[in-house]
Design a protein around this ligand. Structure first.
Ligand code: AMP
Ligand code: ZN
Length: 483
């Protein structure tokens, strides 16, 4: 099996070969839990899930670790300035940072579950690893890669020769750009050094350290320390959205390799951003929708998942409701296809000239797998699937797909769904409030034998992509699509 991924570190598509033959070690940068996740975060988490699922489909066991950032991530992390995001939110809401982090961490798990994202092996929190982070800093100090000034500790990037290899931001480039890093810049040897430990007695979350009485760790350090703790000194894949490439991942590498002296991660994979009006969707800029915003407009987690995974991960995706609706129509084609297969009652395909189900399935399998193996080419994989659906639909309409034919196809689709996670949906297809109210009004009308109103509401819901099937006194709700 030949799987290739584009590696940001080498700037090439490379053959994927894990360190251990059967188990892939995967670290994915998790959410900063100061606000609920938005669709941009969700896109990255879903792509990570897609990659993991594809590896599992390909026969690997995957050990995934995703951190929970609950301290140290600054509002201007690009220039290492501003305030700790969790602390700023806690002040704004007049609650403790812990309360902010707890609520949003819980929300994150709930959102992931709704979107059918597989659970990671571990979700370590930064605040639970302070001791390990301090120990790491001690090692960096010992190796003379870090220095202490006024109770804070900084990484001296001039002492790490590979600095810039991931992002292209070499020291020479940084000097030329002078895109200054601000935090305590008067204390730093070079403006581009970054903080490992910050002396700050005012910080709402603070810990005693060998360098100061009250301080907190730098954001980059948590990922180095927790990834290494749970996945080892060398592991296979590290992922995060493209904004993580610099400074976050560049710094992570410097910290890790500065201690171990070995290549830390073999494959760096970075999904591109979800955009709104040509700008990155971001909590800071306020141009974001949360998954709940989308559901409250009548869309479902299943539709959102399909929309966010079905554009190739190295293409920026622009969010619009029109694009979401167009994607729903495609998803609906697949859902209807599966429904029809489950009810297929035609003659056997064997009786039909030019219809070889086994041949068509094996061609589909090859195209789907080859596409996904080629740097997760989801467009190729879905393209092959839709071509197959169109072809089989034609035969089904002419009465030529028997239950046995349908079963064969469904078995294959179930296998593909190990990768896609949208075809056979077990999660709740959450309905919007408006739709729920309409269903309730119709039930009330039915109870009063007001059939005219009941039929009118049923038609209205049908127009919204909701099909109601009455089975005795009960009503089954089938979400077809939302328009
Ligand atoms: P954060 O909560 O900011 O720490 O981000 C969590 C994850 O979401 C990281 O992997 C980010 O790179 C990713 N991310 C943030 N904004 C976007 C976006 N607009 N599109 C895609 N991924 C994003
Ligand atoms: Zn990280």
């Amino acid at each position: 099996m030949v799987i290739r991924f584009y590696n940001t570190y080498t700037k090439k598509k490379e053959l994927f070969k894990p360190i251990n033959k059967n188990e892939v070690t995967l670290y994915t940068c998790g959410p900063t839990v100061y606000k609920p996740i938005h669709l941009g975060n969700a896109r990255t988490f879903l792509i990570e899930d897609l990659l993991r699922r594809h590896l599992e489909f390909s026969g690997f066991k995957v050990k995934q670790v995703m951190n929970i950032t609950d301290v140290g991530h600054l509002t201007r992390d690009d220039i290492e300035a501003g305030e700790d995001k969790i602390q700023a939110e806690a002040r704004r809401k007049k609650v403790t940072p812990k309360q902010i982090a707890e609520v949003n961490e819980k929300d994150f798990y709930a959102q992931m579950k709704q979107l059918n994202v597989l659970k990671a092996y571990k979700y370590p929190r930064a605040t639970d690893h302070i001791k390990e982070m301090q120990d790491w800093i001690k090692k960096l100090l010992k190796n003379k890669l870090a220095y202490e000034v006024n109770g804070s500790v900084y990484f001296d990037i001039s002492r790490f020769k590979n600095y810039g290899k991931l992002s292209g931001n070499t020291i020479a480039n940084l000097k030329a750009g002078k895109s200054g890093r601000n935090l305590r810049s008067e204390d730093k040897k070079h403006f581009y050094d970054f903080a490992l430990w910050v002396n700050d007695s005012e910080h709402l979350m603070n810990w005693k350290s060998p360098w100061c009485a009250k301080g907190y760790p730098g954001w980059h350090l948590e990922c180095t320390v927790m990834a290494t703790k749970y996945l080892g000194k060398q592991f296979d894949i590290h992922m995060g959205g493209e904004d993580n490439i610099f400074p976050h991942h560049e710094a992570e590498i410097a910290q890790a390799e500065g201690v171990t002296g070995k290549r830390w991660v073999n494959y760096w994979i970075h999904p591109r951003h979800l955009m709104v009006d040509k700008k990155k969707m971001s909590k800071r800029d306020g141009n974001f929708y949360t998954p709940e915003d989308i559901y409250s407009r009548g869309f479902t987690p299943r539709q959102l998942r399909f929309f966010l995974i079905s554009t190739h991960y190295r293409t920026k995706l622009n969010f619009t409701f029109e694009a979401l609706e167009a994607s729903n129509k495609s998803l609906q084609k697949l859902i209807t296809f599966i429904d029809d297969l489950q009810n297929a009652s035609g003659r056997s395909a064997k009786d039909r000239k030019n219809l070889d189900i086994d041949g068509a399935l094996s061609a589909l399998r090859v195209k789907f797998i080859v596409s996904m193996n080629g740097d997760l080419n989801i467009s190729g994989a879905l393209g092959a699937l839709f071509t197959f659906v169109t072809r089989i639909n034609k035969h089904m309409r002419s009465g030529y797909i028997s239950p046995a034919d349908a079963k064969k196809i469904l078995i294959q689709l179930k296998k593909f769904d190990k990768v896609l996670g949208v075809l056979f949906w077990k999660g709740t297809d959450k309905l919007s409030l408006e739709i729920k109210q309409l269903i309730k009004q119709r039930e009330d009308a039915r109870k009063k034998d007001d059939w005219a109103t009941s039929d009118k509401i049923r038609d209205e819901l049908r127009g919204m992509g909701i099909e109601l099937q009455d089975v005795g006194a009960k009503t089954k709700v089938v979400v077809k699509f939302n328009v």
